[in-house]
Structure formats: C-alpha cells, structure tokens
Design a protein around this ligand. Structure first.
Ligand SMILES: [Zn+2]
Length: 342
C-alpha cells in the first residue's frame, strides 16, 4: 500500500518538475505526442518533411565531404526536429485560439510565424540593421582617427582608447551576426553562439566602461581591472556551453553587468562634465528602458513583433548615438593630448 503512495507521489513530483523544466506549451501532452509521432513518421497530419527520412544504409558514401555523416545527418535531424516542433506548435496554437486561450511559450520561445523558413524574421532584420549600424559607427571612427585627426610620429593615433574601441566594434558586430543567425534558425549550436557572444560583449563593455570612466591609461592597471572580469566571463561562457544553459542565471549575470556599466557611465557623465555627456545620458536612459523590454516580455503581435524584437529595434538609434559619443571622445582627447605634446 505504502509503495503505491510512493509511486503516486513520484509520478506527481516528476510531473511538476517536468512542468517547471519546460515552457507551458511544450509541457502540454498533446504537443509532446504530436512531436514524438512526427519525429517517427515524418508527418504532422498530411504535411510531411523530407528531413525526417533518415537513410538506414551507408547511402551517403558518394556525397561530398560536407554532406557526409555525421555532420549532414545531424543537420537533418535538427531540421526534422525543428519542422516537427513548428508544425505541432502551429496546430496546438490554432486549437488553443479556437478555445479562446492566449499564446504560450514553447521551449522557452513564443510561437512565431516563419517566413521562408526564418523563425523570427523581424528580429533577424533588426539584428542585421544593428550590425550595419555598428559597422558604420566603427568605420567612421576608424576614418576619423586615421585620416582626419593628427597622428603621432609613429603613425599611431593620440587617442589612448583606440585599440579598446576597435575590439568593442568587432565584438559588437560578431554578437549581432550570431544574433541574426540564431533568430533565423534556433538550434543548440546557434543558441549557444548567440548567448556566448552576447555575454562576451557585455563583459567586455563593462571593462571598457571602467577603464574609460576612471581614465585608466597604465597598461598594468588595465590588466588588473580586466583580468578578474575576463576570468569571470570566460567561466560563465564555459558553464553555459558545457554544463548548463541556465537562462535564469544567465539573465541575472547579464542584468548585473548591464546595470553596472549603465551606472558607471551615468555617474561619469555627471562628474566628468564631458562636453558630449548628453549623448551618454540618452544611451544610459534609452539602454535602461530597453532593458525592461528584455525582462518583461510579451507574446508576439500577429506572430511577428515581440518584446525582444522591439528591444533589437531600440538599440539601433542608441548604437548611432553611442558611436557618435565615442568619436566625440576620441576628438576631445586627441586635441588635449596633441596640445600637451606641442
Ligand atoms: Zn535577440
């Protein structure tokens, strides 16, 4: 008798854990049965996916190297799983809407409508625009420093944060590239690459905020500031990739790093009386408002625009103002340092 209670208890407990572990949508048994069926048969209703037909023999021997197992099979498996999940989700959402229920998340994501196989077209387009914005900002920064402002005897710029901003530009563009890839196809690898590059960028920009606002110019002091932060961010990225992609914990780490740098810039803008401090204010206030979009997310409007997409939209003008501040800072410091040398 007691045994039976235990079994009932464990069944109930594992059910609760299962629900906590997944989003509401993919915890739904109807959805789960649909996906399991689809991965076996390759069909949802009368729609069938060619990706779900796996060769049982070594038929891939004559194919070029990039189409050989296991890489090719793995992609196929991902495509199959992704197609099955999508079609089962669309079916479930239709049934739910007919019953008057609102959308729920599946595997941590809202139900988006695909366009040409792209999962979140709006976020992809906005990520690409962000990338373009960073490229434009970085390029004009480069031209300003090397072609418009005076250079030292050794042809190096006077601005003592040049190298740091170059790395910042590269990390930003890298991060937006993987963001675009991730939003077009959400699989394990693309997700990890997107999260990792975003965390790397956030950690690096925190270092940069400290180095610039405290005017840390000495190489040894710069290393002392950067080393512990780089160690922490590296550990965090390794943890996400190799141990557990813990969204809650990652969100906390990112929010703390973001709030820290926004505070640093805000205080510095007030204290330093930098002539372009209004640009800092705009970026800080805008960045803080944008962060709320990222934290309080809502389901996509018409299956396209959700809070995350709006967040990607808000960073486009902020990026423009941000690079414009960086260029102002380069100009200001160059003229100060140039005068000192003269
Ligand atoms: Zn994104």
């Amino acid at each position: 008798m007691i045994d039976r209670y235990w079994i009932a208890f464990f069944a109930a407990f594992s059910c609760v854990v299962g629900v906590f572990d997944a989003s509401a949508g993919d915890a739904d048994p109807l959805y789960r049965v649909c996906v399991a069926q689809c991965e076996k048969t390759g069909c949802v209703g009368d729609r069938c996916f060619p990706h779900c037909k796996f060769p049982s023999d070594g038929a891939s021997l004559n194919r070029p190297w990039y189409m050989q197992e296991p890489l090719y099979l793995q992609w196929k498996q991902w495509d199959c799983q992704s197609d099955c999940r999508y079609d089962c989700m669309v079916d479930r959402e239709k049934d739910r809407a007919a019953l008057g229920h609102g959308p729920v998340k599946y595997h941590g994501k809202w139900p988006f409508k695909r366009v040409y196989g792209i999962q979140e077209p709006v976020s992809v387009a906005l990520s690409a625009l962000n990338l373009a914005m960073h490229f434009h900002g970085w390029l004009s920064f480069f031209i300003l420093l090397y072609y418009k402002l005076p250079l030292k005897q050794d042809k190096k710029p006077y601005y003592d944060y040049t190298g740091l901003w170059h790395i910042y530009g590269l990390l930003s563009m890298n991060s937006w590239f993987w963001s675009a890839v991730f939003h077009s196809r959400d699989v394990d690898v693309t997700e990890k690459l997107d999260y990792s590059s975003a965390v790397a960028l956030l950690g690096y920009s925190l270092i940069l905020a400290i180095l610039r606002s405290f005017t840390v110019r000495d190489e040894a002091a710069r290393v002392m500031v950067a080393a512990p932060l780089i160690a922490f961010v590296t550990t965090h990225i390794l943890y996400l990739n190799n141990f557990k992609l813990d969204y809650g914990w990652n969100m906390k780490v990112c929010v703390v790093m973001a709030v820290a740098q926004l505070l640093i810039w805000a205080i510095w803008a007030g204290v330093s009386r930098h002539p372009s401090r209004w640009k800092l204010w705009v970026v800080v206030v805008g960045g803080a408002l944008a962060m709320f979009l990222e934290i309080y997310d809502f389901p996509p409007y018409e299956g396209f625009v959700d809070a995350h997409a709006l967040w990607h939209a808000s960073t486009i003008p902020l990026t423009y103002i941000w690079w414009s501040f960086i260029k102002d800072d380069a100009e200001l410091r160059t003229s100060n340092l140039f005068k000192k040398v003269k």
